[in-house]
Design a protein around this ligand. Sequence first.
Ligand code: NAD
Length: 296
Amino acid sequence: MAHIAFIGLGNMGQPMVGNLVQAGHQVTGFDVAAALCDAAGQQGVTIAESTAAAVMDAEIVITMLPAGSHVMAVYGDALPAARPTSLFIDCSTIGVDKARAAHQLARAASMQSIDAPVSGGTSGAKAATLTFMCGGDDDAFRAAKDVLGAMGKRIIHCGPAGSGQAAKLCNNMILGVTMIATAEAFVLAEAIGLSHQALFDVASTSSGQSWSLTSCCPVPGPVPNSPANRNYAPSFAAALMLKDLRLAQEAAAAEQAATPLGAAAAQIYALYSAAGEGSTDFSGIINFLRGVRSAR
Ligand code: NAD
């Protein structure tokens, strides 16, 4: 079992540290929010007074932070304080360029590192069924695999440094675009008098099938567990979708890749968030397309 430092004990970090403790790892945690440190302490995590203090004796340092700027700041504090040859695993969703910069910082300090963003959300984090998309060299990936296995079900090596973030951004661009397309189809069906169930029955078994339709159906009824049945209480908040779509657009602009539907999806989710719906589930975009507010 490993001694792990875990920095960032928020919505995702909290259940992830719980699973690491359950698996028998020794976990030292830190978050700038004291209440979150207390909550992690109740799960068996030893709380440190700072990032530097948390990483001092750890073999593995895991970060689960809001954005690239936080990761760079935490790496700045952690790398000089960590044991030589520690393994750094960043599970935050950040831009590909920032992920590569974080790897460079780690390499300059003679540490191993991987980027390992996740999909599966807070429910996957609780159930230890997250998917980890990993970027980094083979040795670092091998060293990370066991500990990631305590928090997730699928652990995929996507390629060199930054490839995990690249996979995450491409996947979530597909998700954002297909959710909008699916919601548009339901709005059109309503306008022309086709029932939700009839569209679902056909599209879910035809070429219109997607995860957005069959797992996160934007209308209540056909998929009983989808957020639409709970007034769009968030499983994956629209603000997080917007963040990921913007990161995809930054990567596309940097590489001059044409992603016109990704760009449109980012703009649509930006409007939805600006309308005050950022904390609504991203499938609530259907109400925006209908021209009504989500009923929460
Ligand atoms: P969150 O805001 O709940 O947690 C992030 C935590 O980092 C906060 O508790 C914050 O206080 C802490 N933090 C910020 N700066 C810090 C610093 N300098 N030192 C120590 N702690 C610091 O966010 P979250 O929902 O847990 O998401 C974390 C990451 O995972 C994000 O990048 C997000 O995009 C990604 N993600 C989230 C979900 C989800 O469903 N919530 C799903 C997939 C990926």
